[in-house]
Design a protein. Sequence first.
Length: 302
Amino acid sequence: MRVIFMGTPEFAVPVLDALVEAGHDVVAAYSQPPRAGGRRGKALTPSPVQARAEALGIEVRTPLSFRKDPEALPAFEALEADVAVVAAYGLILPQAVLDAPKHGCLNVHGSLLPRWRGAAPVQRAILAGDAETGVGIMQMEAGLDTGPVRLEERTPVDGKTAGDLTAELSAMGARLMVTVLADFDGHPAVAQPEDGVTYAAKIDKAEARLDFSRPAVEVERQIRAFNPAPGAFFEFGGERFRVHAAEIFEGAGAPGVVLDDALTITCAAGAIRPTLVQRAGRGVMTSRELLNGLQIPAGTRL
């Protein structure tokens, strides 16, 4: 099939690879424009999808908007694609774009719709303590992730980090997309249930500050949901400490107080003990390695 691919982050790259490996003719890849790096004067950095598409010899297009750029829509329509495959693209697609390919636009969405429509379904599923999540191949409509689903697959959350789960869902979504494209009629679009709709709001960096006024089980979810980005953290002595992993322990006391010399921290119910931490500008280390070089005595309030 003649396929237009639309995606930006690393999540989308396995989907692009799967389309190429399946023999589809990817006539163009659309992605968010290159972004400036964190340091002043640093060169613009292409998205993971742009970098991969260019390596594969696929034309890359990076319009800022289909609505404001008068040339973007005609150029898209001129590709005469059979289908557009979308995976975490990052731009809202107007109806004219959704209607242009012969079979419309198919989206790889990282949740079990209608639960967690929106920008951050993986993180929100972990934060909410969902037992399972999954990925769906959705026929796109103008609404926010409201379209009917052609195929989905489930997986347990089971203590995974957002990074682990995102990689798993990406590979799963790539496989399901190839399956749907091979047999459209065998995977009819089924309307989403009207009940159970939730919205996965974009992650605010302020949410990554560990909130010890919550039960330990919820604090541990914060750590997994924000690993690898934006990174859950606490502060001590004016310094920010990123927590990559933690265990839940028994403990009682005022929230945020260090209980012992192993960095066990009280929460509203129970306690957590960080197992992997990182100081600014340094590598990831165990809590014991951290405490060998820095005193955070029992009784300290974080």
